[in-house]
Write a protein that binds this ligand. Structure first.
Ligand SMILES: Nc1ncnc2c1ncn2[C@@H]1O[C@H](COP(=O)(O)OP(=O)(O)OP(=O)(O)O)[C@@H](O)[C@H]1O
Ligand SMILES: [Mg+2]
Length: 411
């Protein structure tokens, strides 16, 4: 499409709902591999329970623990490895879970479940105390199913749940520490395909969400195969490169990024991530770079603009929506959680402007809380932000009509 048409579209589409064109998606079913006995049991269990899933969050399932410290820990690898091992053991031994939270892909999973979607995870939840915490927490959020990535017997790294420690000083400085910092990456090197139960679960879903951290855990071709098989079975693939975009710049990791960009039906990124992914930070050009990739099938590109709001680009339309004015506690998980609303709008073929308004309400409601995991947008907060947008229109905020349309998506 010529640039002039795009520009005209941007200028005129800020708050005007426009028709959405959806390309037909293949419903071709891929036969599953022959089954090992153990994975067959997993498959039968998950297949019966998981039919009718809206969303599967693939991999990057972790427990986040925030630890207040006087000074940040030393930077050298050996000291940090030692510290991680000591903390993992001592934290597991205490009964205090007050500073434990679920993180990574759990953020989009929880946000989506709170919007009413049927959600499952497909990731490593080991049989340790951290895995127990993850299971209980996800179950309480209405996300009781998890499919194993692979057999823990074959991959000892799967015997531990991923723990991410965040050290925070009273001055607000922070540093992360997790097993993923130390490699070798990906953690499941040598795996050639996911367990059958994992493929089966994704094949029953309407959407699969993949973030950039997934490439630290799974080999690129395994991620691509999982996405392609799910897509062939009818799932839409969502990809958010996240902060890992900056590590996907060269060699095989760049190839992995290119592959998933071509597979994804929807790509979500911040402007900084867009620069790393598409070589452009200006939203229009960044989205165009993704949509115009010769092999791309992306239908939506969402550019997340923090406190300014967000934009949703298709090959023919651009919708730009302002953020909700909220009392911000912190912005952790805003983007992850808004992904849940984008999934809802896409799989239900809702209007671009209603979907983006809902996504901004979810991101805004998450900014009102501290941290992510169970602190992402609560359903009631989202509904009341939208209702406030109807009852007390703000000239700098979303229009009452868009708030009403967004409310209808979740009411
Ligand atoms: N300060 C804020 N006030 C209101 N809404 C906000 C604010 N910050 C973020 N949001 C909402 O959340 C959305 C996503 O936030 P952001 O652009 O920070 O994504 P992100 O960097 O991917 O977040 P994260 O990686 O922490 O999950 C924004 O598009 C906006 O709708
Ligand atoms: Mg993000």
């Amino acid at each position: 499409m010529p640039c002039a048409v795009w520009v005209a579209s941007i200028v005129s589409s800020t708050s005007v709902p426009r028709p959405i064109l959806f390309a037909p998606r293949s419903s071709l079913l891929t036969p599953f591999d022959s089954l090992s006995r153990k994975s067959h049991r997993t498959l039968l269990a998950s297949s019966a329970a998981s039919s009718g899933l809206d969303l599967v969050a693939l991999s990057n399932i972790c427990v986040d623990i925030v630890l207040p410290v006087k000074d940040l820990p030393p930077l050298d690898v050996e000291s940090r490895k030692k510290l991680l091992a000591e903390k993992s053991a001592s934290l597991a031994a205490t009964g205090d879970r007050s500073n434990w939270e679920v993180g990574g892909s759990c953020n989009v999973a929880i946000a989506a479940a709170r919007l009413g979607l049927r959600v499952a995870t497909c990731g490593n939840i080991a049989s340790d105390v951290y895995g127990h915490f993850l299971r209980k927490t996800l179950e309480a959020e209405g996300i009781p199913q998890n499919a194993e990535l692979a057999l823990a017997d074959l991959f000892p790294t799967l015997r531990e749940t991923l723990l991410v420690l965040t050290f925070v000083t009273s001055g607000g400085k922070h540093a992360f520490c997790s097993r993923y910092d130390f490699g070798p990456w990906p953690l499941l090197k040598g795996i050639e395909t996911l367990a059958d139960g994992a493929h089966q679960m994704m094949a029953t879903a309407k959407a699969v969400f993949i973030n950039g951290f997934v490439f630290d855990e799974l080999p690129p071709d395994v991620v691509a195969l999982a996405a392609q098989r799910a897509q062939q079975a009818g799932a839409a693939i969502f990809f958010d490169p996240g902060p890992r975009a900056f590590t996907l710049q060269e060699g095989p990791r760049r190839a992995a990024l290119d592959a998933i960009l071509d597979i994804a039906d929807v790509v979500l990124m911040t402007q900084e991530e867009a620069l790393a992914v598409a070589g452009e930070s200006e939203p229009f050009h960044a989205a165009k770079a993704v949509l115009d990739r010769p092999q791309a099938r992306a239908q939506w590109v969402v550019i997340k603009l923090g406190g300014t709001g967000s934009q949703l680009h298709t090959s023919t339309h651009v919708v730009s929506q302002p953020a909700f004015q909220v009392e911000v506690k912190d912005c952790v998980g805003c983007g992850d959680s808004m992904g849940g609303a984008i999934v809802l709008g896409f799989i239900q073929k809702r209007s671009l402007s209603a979907t983006l308004t809902l996504a901004n309400a979810v991101g805004g409601a998450t900014a009102m809380g501290l941290g992510a995991g169970r602190n992402v947008a609560g359903r009631e907060d989202v509904l009341s932000l939208l209702q406030r947008g109807i009852d007390f229109p703000n000239p700098h905020g979303p229009s009452p009509a868009d708030c009403r349309a967004a409310l209808e998506l979740v009411a």
